[in-house]
Ligand binder design. Structure first.
Ligand code: FES
Length: 149
């Protein structure tokens, strides 16, 4: 392991300031083992500077709609106790690329269709009779079929 300098280690307050997360949120993620602090001789928590990126990834992934279990699975790929390398992060980036691509596709369909028929089965707009005649979209399942596909 690379030798750590004193300023490579952050208190939980430092980490909260840098990530924008509350201390209680960081403790929650610690309980979930998404970050694992080191302990000083006096048994105080110290986080690696790279935990800023780890927790920022958690925030981004949650905003993308990944479940905590999915995030845990991705972060389990990263080493604990050392700063992840670009190669470590590349593996995660590759793994969630399909999730991001699917979110982008859904957002684009939503942008393009929300003001018209979304295939929800309501047939309430005049043009639904054209786009979703006889509620054909309902045969493929519940919900807004033209958007969530
Ligand atoms: S908007 Fe609901 S079926 Fe068209």
């Amino acid at each position: 392991m690379t030798r750590l300098r004193k300023d490579d280690l952050l208190t939980i307050g430092d980490l909260a300031r840098r990530t924008g997360l509350s201390v209680s949120a960081i403790r929650f993620y610690e309980e979930k083992k998404l970050v694992e602090p080191l302990r000083t001789g006096g048994n105080q928590r110290r986080f690696l500077r790279s935990d800023i990126r780890r927790l920022s990834f958690v925030v981004i992934a949650q905003n993308l709609g990944l479940s905590l279990a999915e995030i845990e699975a991705q972060l389990a790929r990263l080493p604990q106790g050392r700063t992840p390398t670009a190669k470590d992060w590349k593996a995660i980036s590759t793994a969630i690329r399909s999730v991001i691509d699917a979110r982008i596709a859904t957002l684009q369909r939503t942008r393009d269709k929300l003001d018209g028929c979304i295939g929800c089965g309501c047939l309430s707009l005049r043009n639904c009779q054209l786009y979703n005649r006889d509620d054909e979209a309902g045969e493929s399942g519940a919900g807004p079929r033209f958007v969530l596909a």
